[in-house]
Ligand binder design. Sequence first.
Ligand SMILES: Cc1ncc(COP(=O)(O)O)c(C=O)c1O
Length: 375
Amino acid sequence: MAFRDHFPIFEQKTYFNSCSQGALSTEVQQAYAQYLRDWDEKGSPWELWVERSETARQAFAGLINADPNEVADCTSVSAGVSALASALDFSGERNKIVVSDFEFPTIAHIWHAQARRGARVAHVPAAGNVIPLERFAEAIDERTKLVSITHVCFRNGSRLDVPAIVELAHRKGALVLLDAYQTLGTLPVDVKALKVDFLAGGVLKYLLASAGLAFIYIRKDLVPDLYPTTMGWFSQADIFAMDIYANTPSPTARRFESGTPPVPSIYAGVAGMKLIQSVGLEKIRAEIGEITGALKEGAMRRGFNLASPADPDKHGALITLRSHKVDLLVKRLEAEGIITSSRDNNLRVSPHFYNNQRDVDVLMDCLTKHKELLV
Ligand SMILES: Cc1ncc(COP(=O)(O)O)c(C=O)c1O
């Protein structure tokens, strides 16, 4: 079976919206069916379901080259980062949080919410479609507790130079959180090579599953000194201790978990991650590189303006084009069976390994037809 045939949507549509939601595979469909079968046939197999959440933890750890004890399964990136925020102390001199202007809003909301606990937020402004390293250097100082950056910007596809920013942060004694939602599943991500202290992501997009499952990575040596206040029985050292007279956090990153895990989403998430690993992230990176290259070349040849940086080292799997009326453009494309999305005035086109040159040609022909909506 060719890989594209695992995604029935391509029989009907040209799907280019993986930055928002990965296409549904037959494997993920079957995983949901398996969840219902297990429920139906086994009744209440909680041992099995807790084991499945350990499988998800291991899959996340494998994806980022971490130890499973450094990973907390969460229901969203927001939940994981909120748990992390609750464990950080902003009462002292080191109370500054440096936040890039490329962040997904949820990340900024969480950091601004810490103002009540003594935190000060400093934004690092973009210069067009990039954030120059000097701007991070200006913002990060001896009072910086945390630098919060995204790997690839959800608005324009711009990719930040993570190792260089980490180097700047660590030199001043600050920690780094990387939001890797827009890169996980598109290329190998290695927390040890990137030297990030925390990393968050989820399965909704390029990991090919659906809502309800995400995770946060906490570097091993940081775990013992971090005490989240967003607790629950799944964050305890012994989940089944059922002790209402104490709070005994897990010695591992599981202390960042909370209540009952999202079991149906875990079935789907494990299936999506398995599919990605079976193809291989180096291969996926190469294929996405070819398709994004063809998209940029096709757009530039027709005189359409890229909102993403053109340099392949400076963008992710998301390519964006400038438009006058982007909502109308997304609707026109949809009417012709092409699924894209928009942010700001940018048309977002986000291929995955399941896209091919024919998809690029179909999109370019349709964009040419509606070129009055492009800038
Ligand atoms: C970069 C990035 N971070 C975070 C999120 C969403 O996080 P959550 O799982 O909290 O909804 C998205 C989703 O669109 C995203 O693109």
